[in-house]
Design a protein around this ligand. Sequence first.
Ligand code: GRF
Length: 213
Amino acid sequence: MAGKGNTGPLKDARIAVFCSGNGSNFEALVKKNRRLAFPGRIVLMVVDNPGAYAIERARRLGVPVLYVDPLAYENKQEYEKTLYKELRLWKVDLILLAGFMRILSPFFVRKYKNRILNIHPSLLPSFKGASAIRDAFEYGVKVTGVTVHIVNEGVDEGPIVLQGALKVSEDDDLMSLEAKIHRLEHRIYAEAVNLVLTRSWKIVKGRKFVLCD
Ligand code: GRF
């Protein structure tokens, strides 16, 4: 049982995955969900880009797609209000950002406090931003990895749920490193979702994700 200030478990969660591009994490999550790697159900994909290959994957997998065009709104808050309204209609409890190339405002983040996760392709807090794999590779790191974190009002800086590390070998080029990172992401994201949905946890000092069961 969750104590005061604790969250979870939430085994019947209705889950939405937000994408903008390729959608490989989305596909891995749906497949893992169907193999019961984590509870709850992915009920919806949200996209901000009608050309995203992720949409094709969703069709193939039979997951409904919600496209809301951000350019059709006067400002971010109006766009996010529409998103929020739709998510309520779909009764979404948990949001998984998976290559969603848009920064959610404090307005939206507060509506889903501690209920939005993101995956980032580096060991945060190193290499924040949109070109993390390339930045780490060009920096010459010997170890890199992936981070699943709770989304707070900052960018790439919410409490860390889970990280996975891998070695960069002498033979790696950017392409091979990207492939390794994506393979690791596809495993770690489902593990992190499972933790969040099946365990009791809290955020200590606004920073640390701590299991408490
Ligand atoms: C992943 O590397 C993820 O870490 C980052 O965006 C990429 C999305 O890839 N946030 P995909 O669309 O899931 O294939």
